[in-house]
Design a protein. Structure first.
Length: 216
């Protein structure tokens, strides 16, 4: 049964003026105000992303609208595993950028100075924008927990894949000589073909993302 707001009852013949009239008017105004607050909150929650990269260039979510997919590479300057994957991510970016896929790296450690992130991006020759995300907005949107982890998003921001890049790293001290599962490439191929990603989530071995505030 639907809930309803109880109405003020007037005695028969009592004019709807004076105190009761003012009470009813106040309730109406409060209801409108609460509705307006809810609308503003929802609108704020749907606002597009607005992040700057290490060169100071502003990137908005509207950049994604013309793309077929978006790849987010979660990384940090001090993680040897994510650093080891930068050359492979550059190769993947070069291949799939030609198929209208956007690539971004995100520095996940909010305590690292911007100048150090900029130097790291230059030293490792990251071939696509490295975003500064002090509020860890993209970490929360994707649900990322470690580096190197990648997310594939639709151009509307829906998470289509989250997990490892491939199966080269089995553990911190165990690496395959030959990669046999190309998870990121497989996910992108499925999305670009209009298919559902067969394995939308895979386990990633890497450095835990330090969550701002101490809790996810």
């Amino acid at each position: 049964m639907r809930g309803h707001r109880p109405r003020l009852q007037l005695e028969p013949g009592t004019p709807d003026t004076g105190l009761l009239y003012n009470v009813r008017r106040a309730i109406t105004l409060m209801t409108f105000r609460n509705w307006l607050i809810i609308v503003l909150i929802v609108a704020a929650g749907q606002s597009t992303l607005n992040l700057r990269d290490v060169d100071g260039v502003e990137h908005r979510q509207t950049e994604w609208e013309s793309r077929r997919a978006v790849v987010i590479f979660f990384t940090t300057t001090e993680c040897p595993l994510s650093n080891g994957y930068i050359p492979e991510m550059n190769r993947i970016q070069k291949e799939y950028a030609a198929r209208n896929v956007a690539f971004y790296a995100v520095e996940v450690d909010t305590t690292i100075a911007d100048r150090d992130v900029r130097k790291h991006a230059k030293d490792f020759e990251i071939a696509y924008p490295v975003l500064i995300d002090k509020q860890q907005t993209l970490v929360r949107i994707a649900g990322a927990t470690a580096t190197p982890e990648v997310a594939v998003l639709s151009n509307k921001g829906a998470v289509l894949y989250l997990g490892r890049i491939d199966n080269r790293v089995e553990d911190f001290d165990q690496h395959r000589n030959v990669v046999t599962e190309h998870d990121l490439r497989n996910a992108l191929d499925a999305v670009l073909a209009g298919r559902t990603v067969p394995h939308a989530s895979t386990k990633v071995v890497g450095c835990a993302i330090p969550v701002k505030g101490g809790a996810r």
